[in-house]
Design a binder for this molecule. Structure first.
Ligand SMILES: Nc1ncnc2c1ncn2[C@@H]1O[C@H](COP(=O)(O)OP(=O)(O)OP(=O)(O)O)[C@@H](O)[C@H]1O
Ligand SMILES: [Mg+2]
Length: 318
């Protein structure tokens, strides 16, 4: 209509040009604006959906902590003291078969305890009960006299240092991965990296502020990095589950040496992939079908005719 009003004073060619320019521009602009709004609206809808899902998840997921798990232990707990499993049983499903059947074991402060046994014998499950990732069906576990069933689970996990088979990383810098809670000085971080033999390599690859994903550490180096993280935490209890299963012999030897030297005063409970990593420990436990079938100093068990540890040791080719 606006164009038609000027029909009499401009030529038809000019009118056609103005008409087509203006209308196509306007249509294009309008379309663009509409498109942008549509995109913004879709993004808003998606984001609101995500927020709603998070909120629902948070509201509908029961807290992991059970009633009664709310007592804060003494301030320096568990500075020293034994870990004792009192006749515990555990199952992955409420009515399922027990994967641990009546485990009683005491590990002294500062003791180095190795755990071995065939696949499926319950070694990892035993460690999971200690970290309260697998609930016990009966019996109880004490650390330095505190029953774990009375303490918030996060408190327990913050006091123990656990190294799983595969080293875990989070997005962010190497610094954040080494010291996630930002508790250590740069000097301490460098000393820990030096201790595990990674400082020079990490310096060459850009230092502590390089994103973790860009450092390209091998599996063995990743495990050594995890040991450095454990060294920084200075916790009194170190729990290891086949940490050297995926590393070469050299890294394994270094890890074993570091663990016994750097955690000299602390307790180490280590599920062993190769028995050579625990043969110099204070004691070893052999598990079978969810039960402890042998326990004692490895050098004594190696002398025992027909013993489980001795049998496993010779099967490993020693
Ligand atoms: N998440 C799970 N859900 C159900 N059953 C499980 C689960 N994890 C382990 N189990 C079962 O519990 C038993 C003990 O397994 P566990 O992983 O503790 O053994 P393991 O000694 O650590 O074995 P491996 O040497 O292979 O690591 C096995 O029968 C296993 O199948
Ligand atoms: Mg296991």
């Amino acid at each position: 209509m606006f164009i038609r009003g000027y029909n009499s004073i401009i030529s038809m060619d000019a009118l056609y040009k103005i008409d087509s320019d203006l209308s196509s521009e306007r249509v294009e602009d309008g379309f663009q604006a509409l498109w942008t709004k549509r995109e913004a609206w879709t993004t808003l809808e998606t984001s609101l959906g995500a927020v709603a899902r998070c909120k629902n998840f948070e509201a509908s997921t029961p807290s992991e902590d059970q009633p009664g798990e709310d007592e804060e232990p003494p301030q320096l707990w568990p500075q020293s003291g034994a870990i004792t499993f009192h006749d515990i049983t555990a199952s992955y499903t409420g009515d399922g078969e027990n994967v641990l059947g009546g485990i009683t074991l005491s590990v002294a402060a500062g003791e180095k305890m190795g755990i071995c046994g065939c696949s499926g014998s319950g070694k990892s499950s035993l460690l999971l009960t200690l970290l309260r990732l697998l609930d016990t069906s009966s019996g109880f576990i004490e650390i330095a006299g505190v029953d774990l069933a009375t303490v918030p689970r996060q408190t327990i996990r913050s006091q123990l240092t656990a190294l799983p088979q595969e080293a875990i990383t989070v997005p962010g810098s190497l610094r954040k991965n080494l010291d996630p809670l930002n508790m250590s000085s740069e000097t301490a971080m460098c000393a820990a990296l030096k201790g595990v033999g990674l400082l020079t390599l990490i310096d060459e690859r850009g230092g502590l502020d390089v994103p973790m994903g860009e450092v390209s550490l091998s599996q063995g180096q990743m495990q050594l990095f995890a040991v450095a993280r454990a060294l920084l935490r200075k916790s009194k209890v170190l729990v290891l589950d086949e940490v050297s299963a995926s590393v070469d012999a050299q890294s394994e030897e270094l890890m074993t040496r570091l663990i016994s030297s750097e955690f000299r005063d602390g307790m180490v409970i280590a599920v062993a992939h190769r028995l050579s990593t625990i043969v110099s420990f204070d004691r070893v436990v052999v598990m079978d079908k969810g039960q402890i079938v042998e326990v004692g100093p490895p050098q004594e068990l190696l002398q025992k005719d027909g013993g489980w540890f001795r049998e496993m040791w010779s099967r490993e080719g020693h």
